[in-house]
Design a protein around this ligand. Structure first.
Ligand code: 5GP
Ligand code: ZN
Length: 140
């Protein structure tokens, strides 16, 4: 795995309980805690306990465990905080807004008419020929 565990990684510090965090849930492979700069009230981060840099680096087992934990948290955000919806967000790489290089899922509760978040792209139809060519390149 790339990047070092331990003192260099704030999320490894939180997993090890050497840095404080508002913990929400935990299982054998993952930890969920509140984001210190919440997009909305209840904004939670889900991390694997084993350090991995990003979506490309993390094992599929740990990613699956994080996804299951994100679903568990999302259900709590709806049932306990009255969220009307939830965005599940991952930033992979600095170009995609990643700032902490220990892979994590943002579980962001949404409150209809009561939060300020906006969709980060403007939907517009793709060029069909370009899409056909791209799909061809992406098929493995
Ligand atoms: P990224 O930008 O990598 O997708 O998300 C990193 C997130 O981690 C940010 O939303 C940021 O607010 C949060 N964060 C950074 N440092 C800490 C910390 O020390 N504790 C907690 N709870 N969240 C943090
Ligand atoms: Zn780490």
């Amino acid at each position: 795995m790339s990047d070092a565990n331990g003192p260099g990684c704030i999320f490894c510090q939180i997993v090890a309980d050497r840095s404080p965090a508002a913990r929400v849930a935990e299982d054998e492979h993952t930890l969920a805690f509140l984001d210190i700069f919440p997009a909305t009230p209840g904004h939670t981060l889900v991390v694997p306990k084993t350090h991995a840099r990003d979506l490309l680096d993390v094992s599929s087992d740990d990613l699956a465990a994080c996804t299951a934990m994100a679903q568990r948290v999302a259900r709590r955000l709806v049932s306990e905080l009255g969220a009307d919806g939830v965005n599940l967000i991952n930033a992979c790489g600095a170009a995609a807004w990643q700032t902490v290089f220990h892979v994590h899922l943002h579980v962001v509760p949404r409150y209809s008419g009561r939060d300020q978040l906006v969709q980060p792209w403007t939907p517009a139809p793709g060029d069909p020929a370009e899409m056909t060519a791209l799909a061809e390149r992406l098929r493995a």
